[in-house]
Design a protein around this ligand. Sequence first.
Ligand code: BTN
Length: 227
Amino acid sequence: MKWNLIYLDKVTSTNDVAKTLPCQSVIVAREQTKGRGRCSRVWVSEPDNLFFSIVLKNYGMKAPLLSFVLGVSVVESLKGVDAKLKWPNDVLIDGKKVSGILLENEGDKIIAGIGVNTKYIPKGDFLYPVECLNGLFSNELLLNSILNNLEHNLDVFEKEGFESIRQKWLSYAVGIGQYISVKMPIGSVEGIFENMTQEGAIQLKLDNLSCKYITAGDVFLLNEGKL
Ligand code: BTN
């Protein structure tokens, strides 16, 4: 395996430590005191859930696509569990979030932080319902599996481009063809989630039949919505 693993007991955030390390490093911690999530949210880190960050090279304009490479790698590691992806990379089981991925730019590196609620359900109020895996996978086995799958998927991404990762992502995605709401940094928009583009954007068909492309936001499935 091409990864250099470093285990620590307690850190602020594994992403903070990863920023100081070279590419291919993977920092794993038992506990995070300031775990963070997307959109400046807190990642509630119950000790002994799985927290790690991977130091990757910066793929420049293509770096945002890593979100999907990582999401697919996590889902593929949850064997025997019907895990799904909610755009861009929230991992859901039974419609509840068990894992999240945070990508941060650090000069010529990208820090990919992954949190998986392997044992405990985080306590707090969340934008989206949360779940845990009830210890179904040991942290060590799950981590190794994610890193193996990531190694393979990164290889495919580098050699063949985004398309086959996109196809895999679509096969795991929730909400395709359904009425969704996307909460954006300012405001929200509703429509049918028609596709994910080759740039990783949501292609949304609005009620007036026009198309809108969204590159940042939180997706909510509107089960009661008009289809
Ligand atoms: C999200 O869904 O909002 C992304 C959550 C990412 C959480 C992980 S836990 C390991 C790494 N360290 C952090 O502080 N955040 C990421």
